[in-house]
Design a protein around this ligand. Structure first.
Ligand SMILES: CC(C)(COP(=O)(O)OP(=O)(O)OC[C@H]1O[C@@H](n2cnc3c(N)ncnc32)[C@H](O)[C@@H]1OP(=O)(O)O)[C@@H](O)C(=O)NCCC(=O)NCCS
Length: 295
């Protein structure tokens, strides 16, 4: 479980993992006392297994709001189990809500791959950090630019995976998911509305899917969102709203004045988000709400 923790709670792990051969005082940073610094820890039952600290600090001459990630460490026996990433991802969510533009760190070159897996890229050349060895500055944009591209047949397995994932999260059981039947339905949509099947790219990489259709009702057409999916790491950060706005603009450009979607009645998170975006429930059928919004 991720918790916001006190600076003192991070010290034993900082010392044990990051600076075992240095005096304990060395693991206390002046930035720890900044009122806007926060520390995250991953607790497995009573045991703290991973820590990360985030403090406001400029990256060179960047004028946008920057934070620095420091003292990132996971106990050796708990590494490669996703705990470190969970902390950084949670930190990024918090920073995004606070309009921070960049997160950066001085990373050890031997764990450069770890930071890259979290979307960081290197900034400048490696350098020697006194007593600790080679380091490199890594940086990551907090808000990633969204782009879209038309989905291709080769994207179908990924879309099916997303669909299965959303079933798994929101349905009682994922056993009812028939992959082959889903492929057939998807294939029909690809044939009928090729330009409305869109892969969602964040910073140039695919992280979601937006599947749209145009449907008829009393001889009037309306836009229909049959599936919007964003990988879990990127949820709850405002990207969903941006994608929805894109879909609405696309429908408006086709002179449609209504958009509809279905949401499982037990998917409280999505239901809340859609209501906030101006959708209202038109009817309930088969444990789903049909929601509509005038555009
Ligand atoms: C770096 C560190 C914090 C990573 O923590 P972690 O909890 O093991 O990280 P995760 O399990 O979330 O790793 C997620 C992904 O990052 C990548 N990754 C993790 N450790 C890596 C490493 N040492 N080298 C390259 N890639 C790595 C992998 O892609 C991994 O996914 P996978 O296990 O499915 O392949 C941990 O290895 C550690 O404490 N190391 C020693 C202290 C240290 O170097 N801290 C950084 C100071 S700059």
């Amino acid at each position: 479980m991720i918790k916001v923790i006190q600076k003192e709670e991070t010290y034993p792990l900082r010392h044990h993992i990051l600076r075992p051969n240095q005096p304990f005082e060395d693991i206390v940073y002046s930035t720890d006392d900044d009122a806007n610094t926060f520390h995250l820890g991953y607790y497995l039952k009573e045991q703290l297994v991973s820590i990360a600290s985030f403090n406001p600090e400029k990256l060179e001459d960047y004028h946008e709001k920057c934070y620095r990630l420091r003292a990132m460490a996971t106990l050796p026996e708990y590494r490669r189990q996703g705990y470190g990433s969970l902390l950084v991802r949670q930190g990024i969510r918090i920073l995004k809500r606070n309009h921070v533009k960049w997160l950066w760190c001085k990373g050890r070159v031997n764990v450069q791959g770890y930071y890259e897996s979290l979307g960081f890229s290197s900034h400048g050349e490696p350098f020697d950090y006194p007593t600790l060895g080679p380091h490199i500055v890594m940086k990551r944009k907090i808000h990633l630019p969204i782009t879209f591209r038309e989905a291709q047949d080769t994207d179908m397995p990924l879309i099916a995976k997303y669909r299965l994932q959303s079933h798994f999260t929101h349905a009682v059981s994922s056993l009812s998911f028939d992959v082959n039947a889903y492929y057939r339905r998807l294939n029909n949509r690809f044939l009928q509305f090729p330009s409305l099947q869109l892969m969602v790219l964040l910073d140039g990489r695919v992280h979601g899917y937006l599947g749209l259709e145009i449907r008829e009702e009393l001889e009037k057409s309306y836009g229909y969102i049959h599936f919007l999916y964003l990988e879990s790491f990127y949820q709850n950060q405002g990207y969903g709203q941006e994608i929805m706005n894109y879909a609405i603009e696309l429908f408006k450009n086709k002179s449609l004045d209504k958009v509809k979607l279905r949401v499982k009645s037990n998917n409280q998170q999505a239901l809340k988000a859609y209501k906030k975006q101006g959708f209202y429930i038109e009817m309930e059928e088969d444990h789903q709400y049909l929601m509509v919004k005038k555009i």
